[in-house]
Write a protein that binds this ligand. Structure first.
Ligand code: SF4
Ligand code: SF4
Length: 364
């Protein structure tokens, strides 16, 4: 059942609606049940003796755990705490929707959302060592769904003269599994496995390509006493430092772009400056969307796209609408999940790119 912390948060949300305007799901579906408040109300009903049934369970996955509600909460409540616990509870009770269970089963079998037996099969890792002081942690999305970003990151590091390693059969961090089934024992075990693999590589610095991985390593791993010995840096932060120091030399690009902030970076890790420093160094003119920095509207993310592609298409459409309202026709992403979602349906006359693709193009 739910923890007292989850109930406390749910009880706070159930009579409040102050963050509704920021929810990318309820904004697009128009359904009140998709707001944080409604989810809080459902969990508080369970606390008061109502049966947690399949219709309630379904609602708990109609959320991309983007944290916009949490970030905007003046009273400091955290809907993601009870939403994650509700997901765990629904799975234990056997009432999670079939589309969700299809992805959960893949994760429990293979530790990744794609059900891939070999997550690295699309990467060219020839000549890349598996041990070293600087470890590039690629993550499941950039390894499997958008491997062009991993390839670009490795080319940029080589051009900057950085000796880096990549773990062989890189274990997943547990970030996406933790969102899908909650922070249950399986996820903590996955975290421990990954942390041990990082330690065994001799890494002193971990460059996490996916902010979702950086977030769980910096926050939850520490809370679970399994943080790796190495310092974990987000890739945007690391690459911005290579640009600032002149280690990575760039030729200027030209044009107007709009940065799409990833919630894991802008809200959970409080990092909005590195991507802007990179875009500026590239000579690009960033025209901000109305909702940017920590108020950024989520595009849905890679996990939602796997278990509910129709809902992910709606959140993707919502973010493109934000670009269509300003004088920019190009989104620049800073997270593999954002790139995967936003590139899946690009409106005519618009384009999406990622800062790694831009850095690769502009560096020599
Ligand atoms: S997260 Fe905060 S603002 Fe949003 S419903 Fe809960 S209490 Fe209200
Ligand atoms: S985490 Fe994001 S999607 Fe989920 S209820 Fe909060 S704002 Fe909506």
């Amino acid at each position: 059942m739910f923890t007292e912390i989850a109930y406390k948060n749910a009880d706070a949300c159930r009579f409040c609606w102050m963050c509704r305007h920021l929810c990318p799901i309820s904004n697009k579906t128009g359904n009140e049940v998709n707001s944080a408040r409604a989810k809080g109300l459902l969990v508080s009903m369970v606390k008061r003796g109502f049966d947690f049934d399949p219709s309630m369970a379904k609602v708990m996955w109609e959320c991309c755990l983007c944290g916009a509600c949490t970030n905007n909460c003046a009273t400091g409540y955290e809907p993601r705490s009870y939403i994650r616990e509700a997901r765990s509870e629904a799975i234990v009770k056997g009432i999670a929707p079939m589309n969700v269970m299809a992805v959960v089963d893949k994760m429990l079998d293979t530790s990744n959302m794609y059900g891939a037996a070999n997550l690295q099969e699309k990467l060219d890792l020839s000549g890349v060592p598996t041990c070293g002081k600087i470890l590039l942690y690629i993550g499941e999305v950039a390894s499997y769904e958008v491997p062009e970003l991993a390839a670009a990151a490795m080319r940029i590091l080589r051009k900057a003269g950085v000796d880096f390693a990549v773990l062989k059969n890189e274990p997943t961090s547990g970030a996406y599994m933790g969102d899908m089934i909650g922070f249950v024992d399986e996820v903590r075990q996955q975290a421990l496995t990954t942390s041990k693999a990082i330690d065994a590589s001799g890494a002193e610095i971990v460059i996490a390509l996916d902010p979702m991985d950086a977030r769980i390593m910096k926050h939850e791993y520490a809370e679970w006493n399994c943080a790796p010995k190495a310092t974990v840096l987000t890739a945007t932060n690391y690459f911005a430092s290579l640009v600032a120091s002149g280690t990575l030399k760039l030729t200027k690009l030209k044009g107007i772009v709009s940065i799409h902030d990833a919630g894991a970076l802008s809200r959970d890790l409080d990092e909005t400056a590195p991507i802007r420093a990179i875009v500026s160094a590239l000579g690009l003119d960033n025209h901000e969307m109305y909702r940017h920095n920590d108020l950024s509207m989520s595009c849905g993310g890679a996990l939602l796209k796997q278990y509910d592609p129709a809902l992910a298409a709606l959140t993707c459409e919502g973010r493109w609408y934000d670009v269509e309202r300003i004088d920019s026709n190009c989104i620049v992403t800073e997270a593999p999940g954002s790139y995967a979602v936003l590139s899946s349906k690009v409106p005519e006359g618009y384009e999406v790119t990622d800062y790694l693709l831009l850095l690769d193009k502009a560096s020599n």
